[in-house]
Write a protein that binds this ligand. Structure first.
Ligand code: BG6
Length: 491
């Protein structure tokens, strides 16, 4: 296993609410294991998983053993490291909504007040507040404490503000870590490195040189047993309000004056605030929502969204969104930003495509093969790569131009295991570095832009367009982008 050694952390107690849940098993505990292997976790670094399930510490570890075999790649697994990792683990069975039951946690944390304390709420949002109240009532929130929360943070601006008000009554803003796991992905940070660590792109990164931008987060998966949650949420709240908008703002923000957390977040929020509102008819004209019906992949057929047993037959929840956004600023005025995301699409792909303007005057004509503009594709998933399309003269007697790609695959460059997003995020929570987390005003600004779209959909009450699972989504999305004489990048 090749894990880069990094700066060790200070002693900590990491209290994981929802410790037996899917996210804990799939991502959070494996992420901590990888950091344990790197030697980065101090000897005094405890992980206290809590959940309602009545089981002993040994039974919890058995559960963890089983899930590690599924969620940690064999090549990244070391039996000796795993057994030393398990020594850090404690388990507490208690109902986090009942204040009296916090005494057990109190007893476990007593005497360690000087340590960093992380309260990680991997639970339903409905119990965020009872947990915060329980922690406060038992005096568990110290000045070295932090709280981490998973999205969704509310369903709209008022509900998000209510959660944030409640949090603010127990924790200071700098103690609150609102997670969008996309910000922990290496490529998202690489997008900043590409823009602000190189002089090459900055002069081109503007309306005078770029004609349009596309950001796609496509998934092959369906709702995977999360139907109840998903049907109340939909793709706009699940993916656009957070992941897609975060990619958009990092792509579009002005260079920050430093990498200090607020220097970066101050620039991000300016982009969110500069997004032109999509209200009423304009929202309808500039968005497409879809819902998948049964279809097939090479691996076999898949049922439609409405065929999931926990989805009502008449559900109008969208599993796909495409939209056209504009940013009102000197850098971006008039440039269309097309965003789309969907479940059960052709492939799992997350990519950002920047199309540059055509050359202002050409001495070559299309008959010579010269037709497409330069294009930069930054791919986050499945592989991490940066691809630049340029024209060259093909070898031979005639003057035939051919597009070729300067192609950088990060796997080839780094040849080692890529950190999963949660490794970086958990480290930053323990270190107390909030750069990659959403500040309260960012969350509010994102909802402010999203809410009118949702409202317009409700007011116009049109059902989502159907698309067949395994395709790239409803054909209406092609109509949407064709208004700018463009088409989606679907290579
Ligand atoms: C989550 C959404 O935030 O992101 C899921 O709730 C989605 O619906 C997931 O599947 C996608 O994340 P990734 O990292 O696999 O692209």
């Amino acid at each position: 296993m090749n894990i880069q050694a990094v700066e060790p952390l200070k002693p900590f107690d990491f209290v994981l609410f929802g410790g037996t849940g899917d996210l804990s098993m799939r991502k959070l505990l494996p992420a901590l294991y990888f950091r344990h292997c790197s030697g980065q976790l101090p000897e005094q670094g405890r992980i206290i998983a809590t959940a309602r399930a009545q089981m002993s510490k040994e039974e919890f570890k058995e559960m963890l053993n089983t899930s590690s075999r599924i969620h940690i790649d064999e090549n990244d697994f070391s039996a000796s490291q795993w057994s030393s990792f398990l020594e850090r683990i404690e388990y507490l069975a208690f109902d986090a909504t009942v204040q009296d039951e916090y005494q057990q946690l109190q007893a476990m944390l007593a005497g360690f007040e000087d340590r960093i304390r992380v309260f990680y709420l991997s639970t339903a949002p409905a119990i965020f507040m009872p947990i915060c109240d329980g922690l406060r009532a038992c005096g568990l929130v110290t000045e070295h404490s932090r709280v981490a929360l998973e999205k969704p943070l509310g369903r709209d601006l008022p509900t998000a503000e209510a959660i944030n008000d409640q949090l603010a009554s127990v924790f200071k803003e700098e103690q609150i870590f609102r997670i969008d796991h996309y910000l922990g992905k290496e490529t998202v940070q690489n997008l900043m490195a590409l823009r602000f660590g190189n002089v090459l792109f900055e002069p081109l990164w503007r309306r005078e040189r770029i004609s349009d931008v596309q950001i796609t987060i496509a998934e092959k998966l369906g709702v995977e047993g999360r139907g109840g949650f998903y049907d109340q949420t939909g793709a706009l709240r699940d993916m656009v309000q957070n992941h897609l908008l975060q990619l958009l703002v990092i792509l579009a923000m002005e260079p920050p004056v430093s990498d200090a957390p607020d220097a970066v977040r101050d620039e991000k929020i300016k982009v969110l605030r500069a997004l032109k509102p999509l209200i009423g008819k304009e929202a309808i004209e500039n968005t497409v929502r879809g819902q998948y019906k049964a279809g097939a992949y090479a691996e076999g057929p898949v049922p439609g969204y409405l065929e999931n047993e926990d989805i009502p037959d008449d559900s109008m929840t969208e599993t796909y969104v495409a939209l056209r956004a504009e940013i009102g600023s000197w850098r971006w005025e008039g440039i269309p930003f097309y965003l789309r995301t969907g479940k059960r699409l052709t492939d799992k792909v997350t990519e950002i495509v920047l199309n540059f303007r055509k050359v202002p005057h050409t001495i070559y004509d299309t008959a010579d093969g010269f037709s497409l503009p330069n294009q930069l594709i930054i791919r986050l998933q499945p592989e991490e790569s940066i691809k630049l399309r340029i024209y060259v003269k093909a070898w031979g007697d005639d003057m035939h131009l051919q597009p070729v790609h300067l192609d950088l695959d990060f796997n080839d460059v780094f040849k080692k295991r890529q950190m999963i997003a949660y490794e970086r995020l958990l480290l930053d929570i323990i270190r107390g570095n909030p750069t990659l987390f959403m500040r309260r005003d960012e969350v509010a600004a994102a909802w402010e832009w999203i809410d009118p779209i949702r409202q317009a959909w409700d007011d116009y009450a049109q059902p989502p367009k159907q698309y067949t699972a395994g395709t790239w989504g409803p054909s209406k999305a092609n109509v949407l982008i064709s208004q700018d004489e463009l088409s989606w990048n679907e290579e």
